[in-house]
Ligand binder design. Structure first.
Ligand SMILES: Cc1ncc(COP(=O)(O)O)c(C=O)c1O
Length: 304
């Protein structure tokens, strides 16, 4: 049975109920964050929780728990589900809670808080190996002055509509331009191009969600002497790119085989290098958090 933390209680997933008057349901009035768990270790948890805090601030919502307490709840949900040494995904969701009909937030003082575990999607390794096809869709990324672009808020219709368009067009994911016509990001991942050895990604001013995986990739580029920049990128940059890849905390680094009718070698050499460095970053963080080698580095079966 799967257990979910709902406000103060750990409850069976099938019994985790939220009011029909919850503003998350009524208006998408909430925020969330999604963390990848490796061998029981929530990767980059601090970075995800900082973003959750930033998302909540951006919509004027006070988180019902301290970040330390949320981190403990994530641990409790993993342990409570027998995932202390497993791979998983954990989502932390916070809505503004129950409110009346209408837009005023004045009477909503009791946020709804959920920490829920999910399995890692089936095809992660396969997708990382084979790459994906993107389609540039008509739906534009919502402008940052319309909805806070840097916040992971509960209004995902923009991404959902873009993703549906991509699927109808036979692609795996959508590539969204922003309202200026520049490259922005994919429905739920950040975009990178590699041009003559230089790693390029749209800057946060392009209205993207600043992904945690993206942040790590930029750190890895800096730490390993790879040239990189964050910039406004015209779609024509796709024509001269040698490699394209996308990043997301659950899917890590995913090579792109094609964007519309442009084809790329996937994974290209830089993408492959960064994917490997990302994995090493995961292993290093686990080692550091446990003060010992992760089990796959140790000879013989894990002792616990
Ligand atoms: C719109 C969007 N961009 C980028 C990302 C990647 O963010 P992260 O690397 O933190 O998973 C996501 C993640 O879901 C997303 O929804």
């Amino acid at each position: 049975m799967t257990w979910v933390q709902l406000n103060d209680a750990l409850v069976p997933a099938g019994e985790a109920r939220v009011s029909v008057f919850d503003r998350g349901f009524m208006y998408g009035d909430g925020v969330f964050d999604t963390v990848r768990v490796y061998d029981g270790h929530p990767f980059q948890l601090g970075r995800h929780l900082e973003r959750l805090q930033g998302s909540a601030s951006a919509i004027g919502l006070e988180l019902p728990r301290s970040l330390e307490r949320i981190a403990r709840d994530v641990r409790a949900v993993l342990d409570g589900n027998g995932l202390a040494r497993s791979d998983a995904v954990v989502r932390v969701s916070v809505s503004r809670g129950v409110g009346g009909r209408g837009l005023s937030t004045a009477d909503s003082h009791d946020p709804t808080y959920v920490v829920a575990p999910y399995p890692v999607p089936d095809r992660v390794a396969e997708t990382q190996a084979s790459g994906i096809r993107l389609r540039v869709v008509e739906t534009r990324r919502v402008r940052g002055d319309a909805l806070p672009a840097g916040a992971k808020h509960a209004n995902y219709l923009n991404s959902i509509l873009a993703y549906r368009q991509a699927q109808v067009g036979g692609a795996d994911d959508a590539l969204l331009l922003n309202s200026d016509g520049d490259l922005a990001e994919c429905a739920s991942s950040n975009l990178f191009l590699v041009s003559r050895g230089r790693v390029r990604t749209p800057d946060v001013g392009c209205g993207i969600l600043p992904g945690c995986a993206r942040a790590l990739i930029l750190e890895l580029c800096g730490g390993h002497g790879l040239e990189f920049d964050e910039a406004r990128l015209d779609p024509s940059a796709l024509d001269s790119a040698d490699e394209v890849f996308v990043t997301n905390s659950v899917w890590e680094v995913v090579p792109v085989r094609a964007v519309d009718d442009r084809e790329y070698h996937a994974p290209g050499p830089t993408t492959r290098t960064l994917a490997e460095l990302y994995r090493r970053g995961v292993e290093a963080e686990i080692r550091e958090s446990r003060g010992r080698q992760p089990p796959w580095d140790r000879p013989g079966p894990a002792s616990e």
